[in-house]
Design a protein around this ligand. Sequence first.
Ligand SMILES: [Zn+2]
Length: 433
Amino acid sequence: MHRLLLRNIAAVMMVVASTVINADNRVIHAGMLLAVPGEKPLTAHTIVVKDGKIVDLLQGYADAHQFGSNAKLIDLKDSFVLPGLMDAHVHLQIDFGPKMAVDKLKMSSQLAQMRSAHHAKNTLLAGFTTVRDTGPVEGAQEMYALRDAIAKGWLDGPRIIASEIIVVTGGHRGEIAMRHDFKDLLDSKGDNTCDGPYDCRRVARKAITYGADWVKISATGGVATERATGTGQQMDSDEIREIVNASHRMGRKVTAHAHQEDGIIAALEAGVDCIEHGSFAGPRSIKLFKKTGAYLVPTLLAGHLLGEMAAKNDTLPAPIREKARKVGSQMMKNFAKLHKAGVKLAYGTDTAMMHGINAREAVLMHRAGMSEMEIIKTATINTAELLDLSDSLGTIEVGKEADIIATDASPLKNIEELLDVDFVMKAGKVYKH
Ligand SMILES: [Zn+2]
């Protein structure tokens, strides 16, 4: 019953999103076309786009004028065309780095929101037409506002599925350490901390009431939290269970940030739909992943970047540096193991700086042994399924939203082609050509 409810809500949200943007009719001539990732790519096809949707897919290059006098031709005969990419783990409000603490004190909330909009645009231009934002630091309402402004066509950015993050006192949300009286002042908007099952149930309901599409929990400690409190389980199992039940009853899926295996197991046993990172998942977790059908979002890029920063210089505060060294080196190895074991994977980068580098995750997945086709399928079909958007996104098929990107050469031969996306269309509107 929950699944059905989730699907219906997702369908309603998509209808709202798709009716707002009005685009011209477009006719795309695609030289190479990966219409359905996982299947063989097609050659010389015509994609017809009307009112933001794909209305026809024809063999050969059809004359644009036969689809109306206002139909515009887009010539991608020399390109490789594929569905818009999806990233299930970004933080558009974060610009991680040594200046974070100063920014937090000096930057107005208004300017911080404009920076989020800038990050969103860079993400879209990189070919990522849909993202799940897995946790605001400037405020949940600001994240929902960005989501809604983009859906209305007021700002250029990817479609945003917005997840509030719920934490226990002292738990992980990637915040910076500062004097606690300053912190109380700066974080006064947040009501995402809870202790005890009933309190956590209340906070989950509140998050959904005020706009969360998803609910995320910090089941374990996190690398980017400036405290030497480890990466093991911190939210208790009764707290996790209450959040999962309350969220599912209101038609929202739940994902859990979890590094160490105790937290992964507690979250999967409580019925979460997804695990973020899963850095130290072992045989017991793998069994549970397969039993529950939960997705893993591996975020290799975050582990890689933090590991790199920890090794290279001392800009990271000591507690973060220590954790980054341990987790960063583990992620790639463990990912290869989980992939081999057949755990369901969605694409997610944990991008919290240099927004627009999201395709670098694909390069790391390839380095860990995944094929180009599997990677592209993960970043389209799988992630659409995780986000309950399979009916409208993930492939280039008649009836779906026209989220279409293109590269110069085939990313099936060289995955690094995804680092340089030359054409971006979202819901029929061209943002980059
Ligand atoms: Zn994250």
